[in-house]
Design a protein around this ligand. Structure first.
Ligand code: GDP
Length: 365
């Protein structure tokens, strides 16, 4: 599955956030027989109001949300790229995730020590980013010359690597993240993705604020929002302490607690959705009397890959997919009406699945 890695300096609220995410997931664990993997990895349900609508129309007995993985990556300190603290392990863990959720301390609390001595989320973000950039820089300063040498010997793949990774190296030398690299063609895009540079991963800043600022943020989170916008990144405001409290409540109590704080949904819901958006994923649905269910695939995936998200046998024996757009399904009021209106299409192997499609697979076993 797809995974977001939670990173940040010590004492910013990473574990609090991670525990809130996984406690909420634990409360829903009945739906997920294979939910716990490792202690620092949690599978979390992605909230999607469309699923409730589909279940209502389809008369489904239950709903099953799609999931997103979160990994608590502890251990980043200044000097991590030089192996300080748990530096190397930390960087290896980041390499394995698809996106980075960067938690920034935007709350004041004299009882909670700040490793850098003062609360400054912009400086903190730069400390973490610098470690990641140094790590990429070090790795590319070995890889690029090696690729250049092979390229002069006529190695085509090395020529592609020398070009695209050379561009990334130039950016890093200017103090910019590798994600600003623009691959010239599909080959370069592939080699760049395979390089798994830490600073090429998409980033979401999570501003951890105190209770009073949970609804609207504060001056510190506003500064982070400006920084995020300038980088083409995203930011969300959350109070990890409140989320931890909410996670332990009964669902009925949550709604009241949230509305007292001026909130309509949990901060976790916003983090999960924003994390999902980072990954260039889309959601398709299946619906039947037993359950309405959401599934995740990468944008651009074709119908057989969507079938494969459900079961590998579905992909192998794929024949076609009966397809309805979510809007048609809702506007017409269900599958039978969609069929009568000619909105239930039969799509083949080359069909590129659209977000919100409701699919029924035909396959050979
Ligand atoms: P980590 O080192 O980044 O994983 O940070 P933790 O989640 O362990 O949090 C460090 C300390 O900050 C703990 O004592 C938390 O209770 C506290 N903390 C976390 N979030 C908040 C918050 O939103 N407000 C306040 N006041 N304290 C928080």
């Amino acid at each position: 599955g797809f995974r977001c890695g939670i990173v940040g300096l010590p004492n910013v609220g990473k574990s609090t956030l991670f525990n809130a995410l996984t406690e909420t997931a634990a409360a829903q664990a009945a739906n997920y027989p294979f939910c716990t993997i490792e202690p620092n990895v949690g599978q979390v349900a992605v909230p999607d109001p469309r699923l409730d609508t589909i279940a209502k129309i389809g008369g489904s007995a239950k709903i099953i949300e799609t999931q997103l993985g979160f990994v608590d990556i502890a251990g980043l300190v200044r000097g991590a790229s030089k192996g300080e603290g748990l530096g190397n392990q930390f960087l290896a863990n980041i390499r394995e995730v698809d996106a980075i959720v960067h938690v920034l301390r935007c709350f004041e609390d004299g009882d909670v020590t700040h490793v850098e001595g003062k609360v400054d989320p912009i400086a903190d973000a730069e400390t973490v980013e610098t470690e990641l950039m140094l790590s990429d820089l070090e790795s590319l300063e070995k890889r690029v010359p090696a690729a250049q040498k092979k390229a002069t010997q006529g190695d085509k793949e090395a020529k592609v690597a020398a070009s695209v990774l050379g561009q990334a190296l130039d950016l890093l030398r200017e103090g910019k993240p590798a994600r600003l690299t623009v691959p010239k063609d599909e080959d370069e895009a592939r080699v760049f993705a395979q390089a798994q540079l830490l600073t090429s991963k998409p980033v979401l800043y999570v501003c951890n604020v105190d209770e009073a600022a949970a609804a609207d943020g504060n001056e510190l989170s506003a500064r982070v929002a400006v920084k995020a916008a300038a980088e083409g990144a995203k930011s969300v405001v959350v109070s990890a302490a409140i989320e931890a409290e909410i996670a332990t409540m009964a669902p009925a109590d949550r709604v009241e607690f949230l509305s007292d704080l001026g909130l309509t949904e949990t901060g976790l819901a916003r983090v999960i959705r924003a994390g999902y958006d980072l990954l260039h994923l889309l959601t398709f649905f299946t619906v039947g009397p037993k359950e309405a269910r959401a599934w995740t695939i990468e944008r651009g995936s074709k119908a057989p890959q969507a079938a494969g998200a459900i079961h590998t046998d579905f992909e192998r024996g794929f024949i076609r997919a009966e397809t309805m757009a979510y809007d048609d399904y809702v506007a017409l009021g269900g599958e039978a009406a969609a069929r009568d209106a000619g909105k239930l299409r039969s799509e083949g192997k080359e069909y590129v699945v659209a977000d919100g499609d409701i699919l029924l697979f035909r396959f050979n076993v």
